[in-house]
Write a protein that binds this ligand. Structure first.
Ligand code: CU
Length: 116
């Protein structure tokens, strides 16, 4: 396929997507969830969201370093006072999350996030 035809096909796919989405320009949901980490637990601003793109904002309010891992994705380990975002695409269902630092998950830094 020539680049021109490829562009044409992509443009047609885009139009098709838009017609399915109707009046709403964004076909997929995007939700931001704030994840506050302390020893040894997480507090999530919400525990479920429509499936699709979820932006997890990890805020470390603990003393130790923490990270946040979900659905095969993981933030870097961050220290007290720092924050970082992790954008993941989640399918419908339950997704377990945890801190991968030392035994933090065992101590309670874990849970389940539900995509509806
Ligand atoms: Cu941790």
């Amino acid at each position: 396929m020539s680049p021109r035809n490829r562009r044409r096909a992509a443009s047609k796919r885009y139009r098709d997507l838009r017609s399915v989405a109707g009046a709403r320009p964004a076909a997929q949901a995007k939700t931001t969830v704030t994840v506050t980490a302390t020893e040894y637990k997480y507090k999530l601003s919400r525990k479920s969201a429509p499936h699709g793109t979820v932006v997890f904002k990890l805020v470390n309010k603990g003393v130790l370093k923490h990270d946040f891992a979900i659905a095969g994705h993981k933030t870097p380990v961050i220290r007290h006072g720092k924050s970082i975002t992790l954008t993941v695409k989640l399918s419908k269902g339950k997704h377990s999350f945890k801190c991968t630092v030392d035994s933090h998950a065992k101590f309670g830094m874990k849970g389940v996030f539900t995509s509806t």
